[in-house]
Ligand binder design. Sequence first.
Ligand code: DGT
Ligand code: CA
Ligand code: ZN
Length: 574
Amino acid sequence: MNNRELADTFTLIADLSEIKGEIIYKTLAYRKAAESLAALDRDARDYWKEGKLREIPGVGEAIAEKIEELLKTGKLKFLTQLKKEVPPSLTEWLKIPGLGPKKAGLIWKSLKIKTLPQLEKAARAGKLRDLPGMGAKSEAAILAGIESLARRSGRIPLGRAYPLAQEIAAALKKVPGVTAAEPAGSLRRMRSDVGDIDILVAAADSKPVMEAFTRLPGVARILGRGEIKSSVEFGDGVRAQVWVHPPQRFGTALQYATGSKDHNVALRELALKKGLSLSEHALKRVSDGKEILCAEEEAVYRALSLPWIPPELRENRGEVEAAIAGKMPDLIEIKDIVGDFHIHTTGSDGVLSVLEVAKAAVRRGRKVIAITDHSAGLGIAGGLDIARHGRQAEEIRRAQEALGDAITILHGSEVEIRADGTLDYPDEFLAGLDLVVASLHVGLRQPREKVTARALKAIRNPHVDIIAHPTGRLLPEREGADLDMEAVFAAAAQTGVALEINSHPSRLDLDDPHARRAKELGIPIAIDTDAHSEEDLDRLFFGVAIARRAWLKKEDVINTWPVEILLSWLKKRT
Ligand code: DGT
Ligand code: CA
Ligand code: ZN
């Protein structure tokens, strides 16, 4: 443990003790110790070795013993016990402006809740105002605090960051002397949201690159400018940084900057076992200090006797082990996709007619699509009632005739799961449709049992083929419903319904951990665009990226199946 980690540990002890209701002078002592550890000029470990821990300001006998235990074992029995008494998730609450440990403790003990979403829910439901010493005013202040916290966390949806990163890279590629410019970081790993944009540039001379980078259109502030690295902030608060490395070292630099940090740590450990040290600049033989330069990223992995690992997998979720074992999954690619089963037209809230959207799909190589306009109950989207749905059949028939065997157009529906758990159309009607997508748009904030029961009911309806955007989350601001996902997965595995990865960058729902779990359970996955316009069809790219992060292969995804196989699957599902 270093000084920073020691300091964080004592701050945590102070926070938890204070929430627990410990007397104030004790918690103050922990805070004082944390402060002096953070400000210490030398390693606390040196003080310990010299037997001088108690010379650190604010460190008395009890705290010195705790530091010693932490340095010796990396753990602290006292803290383990404390965490059993006070849920550590409560410390999240302390980041909310206007919510201190005393109030946090009161809310936790009286309402038996312990997470931030639970707190937000309780505040919205007006359950905080009646607690002793609170009122409607402090409840509103807590809600406002939660909202400002969410704004401050400031992660950027991939859908905003990705195009910007491509523009930056393209602009930097044009700078004389630049041989490569590639996005790295979480964006290259295709996380659904990113903290900032990292760009790697290969050039012998960094000056013109930094010059061009800091003058990019839209740059509002230059946060730092150096020879290797510069960072800027755009007008909307998005931050980007660029690293410049010599071309012969670009491979190691790109590998490093792509991360994730945990993946890099795993690689470094593997390198050490092979007598190599790996840094962002080079691989180095530990025995004689000789550098092995890698101009390409593949060379870094090759030097460690590994195949190149796709960036989407680099989260240290088993990819290094799989690479060592020669078991890298053959990940799904966008070219594998032949179908799109969630598409809107002017029948509800889309902007294209059936014929227009079908032609646009043909241009993108799709062989089969389902037209799934909203059902009538979703008033906001001008859904189809049964009579209008019937008239749409005629429009589909004409479009099919016009396009011949270029594409198969299925007539489906995106049927609303109502707040009471029933579907918007009766079963007899659903039975006659080619394909049924069911989704939750309303009542997303219902309690866990209720909203889960609604999802399960739809999953168990034999006419439903796909559950769209299962959690209902909206990036960046709206969390999904409080679903019991294991129950959802168990029901889906049982009925064979497909769960969707919705490709819209503001959804990307299922997310990758959920999609991976679903695959493990043998649940078919759909990757759909939920297109409302032509450009939405191109967003499939994001859905496929999430699928790759979930380790999905071609065969796991129903949109890759040949049309006949898909049709026979649908037929079996009634
Ligand atoms: P973000 O921006 O929060 O979405 O996440 P990343 O993964 O882009 O992380 P960022 O921007 O802090 O750093 C970019 C990359 O730099 C990261 O993916 C891996 C590398 N990196 C950063 N810090 C460390 C570190 O402490 N150790 C190692 N091995 N790599 C690091
Ligand atoms: Ca980043
Ligand atoms: Zn939709």
